[in-house]
Design a protein around this ligand. Structure first.
Ligand SMILES: Cc1cc2nc3c(=O)[nH]c(=O)nc-3n(C[C@H](O)[C@H](O)[C@H](O)COP(=O)(O)O)c2cc1C
Length: 214
């Protein structure tokens, strides 16, 4: 049995069946084989996108993406995350100005639009710092989100560096505060979303990191 045969039915098939809406969505009467291959294709064709068309993702579509995210498996069903969706250019561009002040070299990059790998919609994900499984919950939440987005033709990129910047730079602090995460929640990462304006190729994966134990 291949690894994908184990992983797909358990985690990803429900995402696409409940949330799929676009290019790789599953028709209601599709048989199991069709559904499985749609899920497989969706996973295998997703890539991190860093060039987007200017328009933010419609909020109705973001609602579906978030719905898929919060339906991910999570420890003890504690749902140990808080999520903030930002599509306000004032926030994204204002924070990017702070970033550019600290990284002036980026100004010469003609493809640079903002510090979130140019995404017009950014989702910030914070975890409950009192729960040791919260980073896993947050990761699974994001995994569902990027895959459901991709099934609707929406690209994404998980982002750690901009979050580090927000946490470490005093000038960025007020943007972090604007996200208004609750007491005890720590921002872990962000995910940029938007309509892709590039088609990145797949990066090779290390299959040698996985083995069966007999
Ligand atoms: C936790 C996490 C943090 C990441 N941070 C960044 C980042 O700061 N900037 C960036 O361009 N990509 C970031 N990525 C995207 C990865 O570089 C990308 O997923 C990886 O290279 C594999 O490429 P693929 O997503 O196209 O398959 C991050 C991904 C993850 C899961």
């Amino acid at each position: 049995m291949k690894l994908k045969d184990l992983i797909l039915p358990a985690f990803v098939l429900p995402v696409l069946l409940s949330c799929g809406g676009g290019q790789a969505s599953v028709a209601p009467d599709a048989g199991p084989a069709d559904a499985a291959s749609a899920v497989y294709d969706n996973i295998m064709t997703r890539r991190s996108v860093r060039k987007y068309k200017p328009q933010p993702v419609e909020r109705a579509k973001m609602d579906t993406i978030i719905e898929c995210g919060i339906n991910a498996p999570n420890g003890q069903n504690r749902q140990s995350y808080q999520v903030r969706v930002v599509d306000n250019p004032d926030f994204i561009n204002g924070l990017t100005d702070v970033y550019l002040d600290c990284n002036p070299g980026m100004k010469s990059d003609t493809t640079f639009k903002n510090m979130f790998r140019n995404a017009p919609t950014v989702v910030f994900i914070a975890g409950d710092s009192t729960y040791d499984m919260a980073p896993i919950d947050c990761g699974l939440l994001g995994g569902n989100m990027v895959l459901s987005a991709w099934s609707m033709g929406i690209g994404s990129c998980c982002l750690g560096s901009p979050v580090r910047f927000m946490q470490e730079n005093p000038e960025a602090r007020r943007y972090l505060e604007q996200l208004d995460f609750g007491e005890g929640y720590t921002l872990l990462y962000a995910i940029g979303f938007g309509y892709p304006d590039e088609t990145p190729v797949a990066k090779p994966r290390r299959t040698d990191m996985v083995r069966y134990v007999d």
